[in-house]
Ligand binder design. Structure first.
Ligand SMILES: [Zn+2]
Length: 368
């Protein structure tokens, strides 16, 4: 991957964007994390284990310390060496107190504003933010407070999706959803994330069921990490059993069928949005961007949206690079459709806001 047309990249920065699949902890720039660690006088350390979960031998204590901003930046993007959970544990470590959550929410809004994003649906998993004693209720409450403050400061409207670690026991995800339900008029959805292998969607059916008669929408990371057959099965189960309103990744969706069931038809009938993350899939699982055939899915009339997933975690993570590489492949008409789709498929914008943003997008593409 390479930027060959700098002029086109610059032009694309003028198009407002509306990411619906972006992880809060995966989008905090290394600079921001480094500054916080300095402010708090905390030493950042490289993980004990590598990506394959083998012990890393450091020659001494000093060589396990991440001792510069540059090294932290390199570490964030080195997913060939380290496991993504270990990489994430660094920003998550700075999101454990009321003050941290509020600061990080404001930082996230500043990041979005700098990338021409007036509205986003940002997700995070409260269960990983209780290590210093906060309850999940407090974690969600302070986060909402932070995003409110961020909105005041930047004008950016970032709405929350409450994510859950699917490696957890069902009792944990039930507890998370029960907590999320206390905020059902302030958050927009719930999500199932992390290790998909060995943790199929149906494992968390009981938790998802709690939202069936509520205003809360459901999205599932489905079809990202398993074999093609299992990926297709997880997409199918998420829609049919967990009543997902969105599927994240769904990498083999182009194959269309699972066990004789037409997944495209199913998504269209149920108005399920596709939260595609092609650059993430490329860096984490080595899929070519073309593998997704997103142009075909758009032409089929599926509600395709394109998303950064974790912009701080790999090169070309920001939204604009996604537009650049997809624009080079499929042209500006494609970009306009997926950008408008994001507005249409958003869960926190009302009819008038949607209309207003659609007009802005159309104008921006005319001027491109
Ligand atoms: Zn994701």
């Amino acid at each position: 991957m390479k930027i060959k047309n700098q002029e086109y990249l610059e032009k694309l920065k003028k198009i407002p964007q509306f990411p619906l699949h972006i992880h809060w902890d995966g989008s905090i720039p290394a600079d921001e994390v480094w500054n916080l660690s300095q402010k708090k006088g905390l030493k950042l350390k490289y993980p004990e284990l590598d990506r394959e979960r083998n012990k890393i031998n450091y020659k001494d204590e000093q060589s396990q310390i991440i001792n510069s901003k540059e090294k932290l930046k390199t570490f964030f993007m080195d997913l060939n060496t380290y496991h993504i959970i270990d990489v994430f544990s660094i920003p998550v470590g700075f999101m454990q107190t009321k003050e941290d959550l509020i600061e990080m929410a404001k930082a996230h809004c500043r990041y979005l504003k700098a990338h021409n994003i007036p509205y986003a649906e940002t997700r995070f998993a409260p269960q990983y933010h209780t290590f210093e004693g906060l309850t999940m209720d407090k974690v969600i409450g302070y986060s909402l407070e932070g995003f409110e403050a961020g909105k005041e400061e930047t004008g950016v409207d970032a709405r929350l999706i409450i994510s859950m670690g699917r490696e957890s026991e069902p009792e944990t995800t039930i507890k998370v959803v029960k907590t999320a339900l206390n905020f059902q008029n302030q958050i927009v959805g719930i999500d199932l994330a992390t290790e998909e292998r060995g943790n199929p969607p149906e494992k968390h059916y009981e938790a998802f069921k709690l939202t069936f008669d509520t205003p809360i929408k459901r999205t599932v990371h489905a079809g990202e990490m398993c074999s093609e057959e299992e990926n297709l099965k997880n997409i199918y189960t998420s829609i049919t059993k967990l009543k997902a309103n969105a599927v994240g990744h769904a990498i083999p969706l182009i194959k269309r069928y699972y066990d004789g069931n037409d997944l495209w038809q199913l998504m269209k009938e149920n108005n399920v949005r596709l939260e595609a993350n092609p650059i993430s899939n490329h860096f984490l699982f080595d899929y070519a961007i073309t593998y997704h055939n997103l142009d075909v899915l758009v032409n089929e009339g599926l509600l395709v949206t394109v998303n950064p997933d974790d912009p701080a975690m790999w090169p070309y993570g920001d939204m604009v690079y996604l537009l650049y590489f997809l624009g080079e492949l499929y042209g500006n008409k494609f970009l306009e459709t997926v950008t408008k789709n994001a507005v249409t498929a958003s869960w926190g914008l009302d009819k008038f806001q949607k209309q207003n943003y659609i007009e802005k997008i159309e104008k921006a593409f005319k001027e491109l």
